[in-house]
Design a protein around this ligand. Sequence first.
Ligand SMILES: NC(=O)c1ccc[n+]([C@@H]2O[C@H](COP(=O)([O-])OP(=O)(O)OC[C@H]3O[C@@H](n4cnc5c(N)ncnc54)[C@H](OP(=O)(O)O)[C@@H]3O)[C@@H](O)[C@H]2O)c1
Length: 290
Amino acid sequence: MSVTTEPTTARLLPGAPVADAVNAETAATVARLREAGVVPSLATVLVGDDDASAGYIRIKQRQAAALGFASPHTHLPANATQQDLHRVIAGYNEDPDVHGILVQYPVPGHLDYDAALLTIDPDKDVDGMHPLNLGRLSVGLPGPLPCTPAGIEALLAHHGIPTAGRDVVILGRGATLGRPLAMLLSQKRPTADAAVTVVHSGVPDWAKHTRRADILVAAAGVPGIIRPDHVKPGAVVVGAGVRYEGRRLLPDVDEACAEVAAAITPRVGGVGPTTVAMLFRNAVRAAERA
Ligand SMILES: NC(=O)c1ccc[n+]([C@@H]2O[C@H](COP(=O)([O-])OP(=O)(O)OC[C@H]3O[C@@H](n4cnc5c(N)ncnc54)[C@H](OP(=O)(O)O)[C@@H]3O)[C@@H](O)[C@H]2O)c1
């Protein structure tokens, strides 16, 4: 007897409603702080005249204003020196009215972005990527959380996908995504508590692991690397890794995975919006702590 199974189409897990819920909480906290006489403030720094970067900064400033933040801004010329950049960061570090600092990536090629990030006061690091904050995460101390991993935890929780006790497999051990996500989802907390496996290019048969994942997170930055035969039928697939070719976004997850998974992030508008919401959540929490 032959059994035919119709291809199913997975439930989509959009990031926008997650971001809306996180932003609503952030706006409420901002309002409460303002009533208490504290104006939460997120400072932004742009170096050079790249149109796309200037556009991203404008979007973040508009969103900061909509949430009630003050958003002082410094625009340095394209020929600014590393010392100029460090001087601006130092000024915001020392300013008690500034609670978060964001340096727009990328900076012009002659500047060292990572070196600049190291000079940000870890308590004002809204990206949550300062080594001190990654250290805090690893030992469970409070502090700004890396935005994309925190956004993925919020996305799963918001869409009612349990993680506790389940097999989460992450493809990618990068510092911004795979590694901190593994630390976050293995913490003792109802929205984490997962059995996390991290695979990477040092594990040639990584598909053996992804095929048993209840939740599979693509964090490699290799277009189309996750194919339907890498996914357990009925699994949840989170596509976080992307590569840009010009303005074209090329996700890690092949679209056909939607025919195998039970739930999947959309090609566009999945993890991205939650990342930005976490940036503002980090900023308002920094203001609360200050
Ligand atoms: N959606 C968002 O908001 C957001 C935010 C941050 C990052 N991202 C994206 O997330 C991705 C990862 O970022 P990242 O900074 O963590 O990158 P990364 O440091 O380059 O890490 C990529 C990881 O993928 C692994 N990998 C690459 N090719 C592989 C292959 N063929 N087989 C197995 N493993 C492979 C690498 O293995 P090795 O360690 O062995 O080299 C590495 O661990 C990027 O696409 C980035 O654009 C998205």
